[in-house]
Design a protein. Structure first.
Length: 208
């Protein structure tokens, strides 16, 4: 088996987390290279596109989170073989990337009132739209987004909802998912209680 090294920030969430969980569920050995935000500036130049996450496969570095997710998903049997189901999976993962692109600029806002207004606009606009659209797509799949079982799409949505519900996103109500998409919250709980997900976080000594 190829020697894998996954490099991402030393946090329990965001773009690198679905791949970490998937590799753990698949019992696939990998080096979990966690980078502090302070150290990233020193290592940025060595990263493709100067960004994280990066997956190193036998010394070859590959970037882009959803490309990494597809690769590790195939290794861990968490990515569909059927082309249509794979398309459905990709749609979900890319939707979460869209949300991230919309959210990221708000972290650069220094003025608290301006940030509050920007986050309020996100919560009432794009966040609510995406929550409802994701819920509709979940209804198409049933308990899981694709293939009738856990996939990378489920992990990607789980990590986003975990962030929304954590309270770490200032000025975004933690009960927004419950109000906008209750079936999606039930799905969040399903993923959170999946044995493989619980085992991953238990190894880290944190709650899923």
């Amino acid at each position: 088996m190829a020697k894998l090294k996954l490099t991402y920030f030393d946090i329990h969430g965001a773009r690198g987390e679905p791949a970490r969980i998937a590799l753990s569920i698949g019992n696939i050995p990998f080096e979990d290279d966690r980078v502090s935000f302070a150290d990233f500036s020193k290592r940025r130049a060595e990263m493709p596109f100067h960004a994280l996450p990066v997956l190193e496969i036998d010394g070859v570095k590959v970037a882009q989170s959803n490309s990494i997710n597809r690769y590790v998903g195939k290794l861990a049997d968490l990515y569909p073989n059927d082309p249509l189901q794979a398309l459905f999976c990709d749609e979900i993962m890319d939707a979460i990337e869209d949300v991230g692109v919309r959210t990221s600029p708000t972290f650069q806002i220094k003025d608290e009132e301006e940030k509050k207004a920007a986050r309020k606009a996100l919560a009432e606009g794009p966040f609510t739209v995406y929550l409802k659209q994701l819920e509709q797509r979940l209804e198409r799949g049933g308990d899981w987004f694709v293939g009738g079982r856990l996939s990378m799409a489920d992990l990607k949505v789980y990590v986003w909802l975990k962030h929304l519900k954590s309270g770490r996103l200032d000025h975004v109500p933690t009960d927004l998912p419950d109000r906008a998409a209750p079936k999606l919250v039930a799905h969040f709980e399903r993923v959170r209680n999946h044995p493989g997900v619980r085992a991953y976080y238990a190894k880290l000594g944190v709650e899923p």
